[in-house]
Design a protein around this ligand. Structure first.
Ligand code: E4P
Length: 217
């Protein structure tokens, strides 16, 4: 499984990439607004210059023709760009057109198996089920990842699953076990993935036992 960072904050992306475990970034209109860029296109360009991998940027148009022209504009920002399109009827039509133009699409706001099937049929390169938002309303987000994974395998789909709306490390581990190709994680979760109290205790003990002895002087 690959890990993407779900943020538009430059400092977080720089730190994630430096750790060597981030192979892409996903943004959405809320994240972009939170990062508060005065020039969003320049901001996305900067993100693409830091990340050597796919960077999802979402359209804010809602009708098919505008989605296509906005998507084409966004895709010109950098060759890393993946255009994020919400699953609506207009979104499906726009995804079909953009995919035919070889513009990769991340179909977002996926909350059901049927939506995932449709996203795959129109050629979405990525399908993003939102785990945390389903858990929030007492539906099992992880069950959705499992069924989408089974469906994509059975139908020989080329679409990749991005487990999105991740809230904690267990979401990442479960999504990996169930066949998600990618998990996109907030910066806080990325940090939590590294940590284990026994690692901290073990390291502290090793350092105190070593009494300053260094192997390389
Ligand atoms: C995915 O691409 C979305 O940006 C994101 O994961 C949404 O997460 P949230 O439900 O925490 O806002």
């Amino acid at each position: 499984m690959e890990l993407y960072l779900d943020t538009a904050k430059i400092e977080e992306i720089e730190e994630g990439v430096e750790l060597g475990i981030i192979s892409g970034v996903t943004t959405n209109p809320s994240l972009l607004a939170k990062a508060n860029p005065t020039a969003p296109i320049e901001h996305l360009k900067k993100i693409c210059s830091i990340v050597n991998g796919p960077v999802s940027a979402e359209v804010v148009s809602t009708n098919y023709k505008d989605m296509v022209s906005e998507g084409l504009k966004i895709s010109k920002i950098s060759e890393n760009i993946v255009v994020k399109i919400p699953i609506t009827e207009d979104g499906l039509k726009a995804t079909k057109v953009l995919s035919k133009e070889n513009v990769p699409v991340n179909m977002t706001l996926i909350f059901s198996e049927s939506q995932a099937i449709l996203a795959s049929l129109v050629g979405a390169a990525y399908i993003s089920p939102f785990i945390g938002r389903l858990d929030d309303i007492s539906y099992d987000g992880m069950k959705l990842v499992k069924s989408i994974s089974e469906i994509l395998k059975t139908t020989n789909s080329k679409s990749k699953i991005i487990a999105a709306s991740v809230r904690h490390p267990l979401h990442v581990v479960e999504a990996a076990k169930l066949g998600a190709h990618i998990a996109t994680v907030p910066f806080k979760t990325l940090k939590q993935l590294v940590k284990h109290p026994l690692t901290d205790i073990g390291l502290e003990k090793f350092l105190s036992d070593s009494r300053g002895i260094s192997i390389v002087s």
